[in-house]
Design a protein around this ligand. Structure first.
Ligand SMILES: O=c1ccn([C@@H]2O[C@H](COP(=O)(O)O)[C@@H](O)[C@H]2O)c(=O)[nH]1
Length: 273
């Protein structure tokens, strides 16, 4: 999917919501455990109930890798289901990969070609040659970790490297590696006040912003400081949506939370256009 198509979908749906599919078998409704593939059954129900409110889905691969081969199968079924039934949806493999070039090229092939994701999250700290193999896929998007939502972001990312903080160095240096068509960045919703500075460096890039919901990030603040001319935001909530209920009504409960976020987003979008 191109950036332009993503922007069109955001405008059509009046939503820049990304639903995180972080499935934990200890948290899903018990009755689903009887299914042959409980993870896929859960995801399918969540996707069918929330797709009208969201423009993107983000399975975090850790939640699938944790269940070994079965987990990978569930991930493959989930992405295939999205691609087949909702091709207008932007898909993100939250895998946080990045290695020496020839290894990165294998990761890129696995997630873009074999699994068929639109995009993948990448840790930038091994540098340009570790990121380039992902950028070589012209129709896909590479999403670099810039300033993460967790407390540990202050251990390294906000420390000065020469004249400026490390996360700014990541943005400045990497923006020459790609462009706003194929390179996006992760910025945590819990770091909304940093977004104004981030926008000075990457005014047009899309930002994937996790941390609304369970981590307490504020949607209004993220939009106030982070929204660009082309909206430029994908705001992710995982647990806050998918675990809204663990009863039989789990999919409806998830849809209700997703709808509330979408209505808030619509209000913001209507206010700027
Ligand atoms: O800085 C980051 C980068 C990635 N994440 C991931 O996003 C989701 C957030 O889940 P919630 O349940 O909405 O808190 C999860 O997959 C994280 O690994 C992040 O939170 N922060």
């Amino acid at each position: 999917m191109t950036t332009q198509q993503l922007i069109s979908e955001i405008k059509r749906k009046k939503s820049f919501l990304c639903v995180g599919l972080d499935v934990d078998l200890d948290k899903i409704p018990e009755f689903l455990l009887k299914e042959e593939d409980p993870i896929f059954a859960f995801n399918k129900a969540i996707i069918d109930a929330t797709h009208q409110y969201a423009v993107a889905y983000k399975p975090n691969t850790a939640f699938y890798e944790a269940y070994g081969l079965k987990g990978w199968k569930s991930l493959e079924k989930t992405i295939s289901y999205l691609n087949k039934n909702y091709p207008e949806i932007f898909t993100i493999a939250d895998a946080k990969r990045g290695d020496i070039g020839n290894t990165s090229s294998r990761y890129a092939k696995a997630f873009f070609e074999d699994l068929g994701f639109d995009s993948i999250t990448i840790a930038p700290y091994m540098g340009k040659d570790s990121v380039e193999p992902f950028l070589a896929f012209k129709d896909n998007h590479t999403i670099l970790l810039a300033l993460t939502s967790n407390e540990g972001a202050f251990d390294f990312q906000t420390k000065n490297v020469g004249q400026q903080e490390l996360y700014k160095e990541v943005l400045e240096t990497s923006k020459a590696w790609g462009n706003s068509e194929n390179l996006m960045y992760v910025v945590g919703a819990t770091k909304a006040e940093y977004l104004a500075d981030i926008r000075k460096i990457v005014p047009n890039s899309f930002l994937l912003v996790p941390g609304v919901g369970a981590q307490g990030g504020n949607l209004q603040d993220v939009c106030k400081y982070g929204m660009s001319e082309n909206i430029g935001l994908l705001i992710n909530s995982s647990r806050g949506i998918i675990y809204a209920s663990n009863k039989n009504n789990f999919a409806d409960a998830a849809a209700e939370v997703a709808m509330k976020l979408q209505i808030e987003m619509k209000t913001i979008l209507d206010g700027i256009h």
